[in-house]
Design a protein around this ligand. Sequence first.
Ligand code: MRU
Length: 363
Amino acid sequence: MLIDGKPYRTIWVAEDGVTVRVLDQAVLPHEVKVLDLADLESAAVAITTMRVRGAPLIGATAAYGVALAMRADPTDAGLEAAVARLTKTRPTAVNLRWALERMQKALANQPRERRVALAMEEAARICDEDVAICEAIGAHGLKLIEAVAAQKPGETVNILTHCNAGWLATIDQGTATAPIYAAQAKGIPLHVWVDETRPRNQGAALTAFELLQQQVPHTVVVDNAGGHLMQHGKVDLCIVGTDRTTATGDVCNKIGTYLKALAAKDNGVPFYVALPSTTIDWTIRDGVSEVPIEERAAEEVTVMSGRTADGRIESVRITPEGSPAANFAFDVTPARLVSGLITERGVAEASPEGLRRLFPDAP
Ligand code: MRU
């Protein structure tokens, strides 16, 4: 996608063929900064500190993290240690485990001297596949937007999204945003309600940034506005992402997604979840009890940062000193609240049968 008219992916390899580069999402939207990942530790820290974030991008960064680790130690022990280190970075997005297992498989029984090259190739393949998957999600999701547009000819289609399941969360295009970009390319009049997504403000900082860059009309709203907007007919459909989808169609996504799904149900607003099949965890069936929910530092809730009028980035405390805060990063939306799962193979009903029909070859 474009930043100031220049096409970017979120992760790429520098001209030296060695350094992995990412866009530093901790400083967006105030600064566009490229971060070099030179070794395993810098990749792991970039994931933990959310300089890269979003389920598919976490997986891709971990894949490159393994490749960087192979430069330092291409032995089996080195591979195991790299996988163990990266596994610990973030607990909820299953793409992390998926990508690490794939890297292990690609490198197992390979001679040490070939491991760096093979790992770089496999990581690049993971990225390219993700781009193709998002493209396909866009094509399938477009049909849903076209159907809404057909019911209100000439009028704007209003879509609500939560967090950032955009190109910044993937390699390119995004999942929830791919249908939006596809609809924009078709000339469908669109407007996106962007939930700010406290506490880290991925909506206000990242989704707004990318929609602005792609010139998609949008409005940032506080997280609590969704129910009101839906009651007043201002949302035609919701499209969100997911970090882990159970085999039964429950989806675990950024905290607050569940409340949006409840409001959508109460107001008859279709609630779609866009996902690459790499976020499906076929080993679990009950999202609420089985998905590990990341709990992050209380300071992300008690302290907010932003840019001052004279351009400085400042942090300010918004709660009384001494008030404890809790920071659950994700919640689970049960399948019964999901209108459909937009995957690279089509739109599945959010049910075990619906997912199986599209993925009969899954484990
Ligand atoms: O904590 P984050 O910013 O990594 O959470 C991201 C999300 O919740 C996204 O909606 C999800 O990863 C889907 S990304 C296509």
